[in-house]
Ligand binder design. Structure first.
Ligand SMILES: [Zn+2]
Length: 123
């Protein structure tokens, strides 16, 4: 994992996220977040999701699920983002620092079936 601070990509965004995983890099908006273990764990979960899907299919599914949430489930930007199944897993497990040691391959897909995700979301 290579960490890059405040890359040009964030400056292009209207409301940039705190971090972003672009295998094999983790992009952080603020240098001080290099000590934010929860955020780093969240991004590491995304790196694992990307590796096990051979990178490119992850991004295709990520964007497809976001658009599905926006168009067919009529969610706003934030609801659609938090409800992407890859994000559901990462937000639910970001506090579990041993999660990646015990996680099964393609565990993200179990989060496609979850209902009422908002009730368990921490952010
Ligand atoms: Zn995320």
């Amino acid at each position: 994992m290579f960490i890059i601070y405040n890359p040009w990509l964030f400056r292009l965004m209207h409301q940039p996220p705190m971090g972003m995983a672009l295998y094999p890099f983790v992009l952080l908006r603020r240098r001080s977040d290099r000590n934010n273990l929860r955020l780093l764990n969240h991004e590491k979960i995304h790196l694992r999701q990307q590796i096990e899907l051979l990178i490119l299919p992850f991004y295709v599914l990520y964007v497809a699920h976001y658009l599905y949430n926006r168009i067919f489930r009529n969610k706003n930007h934030y609801e659609a983002y938090y409800d992407i199944f890859f994000e559901r897993e990462a937000f639910e497990k970001e506090d579990d620092f041993d999660y990646l040691k015990k996680r099964e391959i393609w565990a993200s897909f179990a989060y496609l079936k979850r209902k009422n995700f908002e009730k368990t979301r921490k952010k």
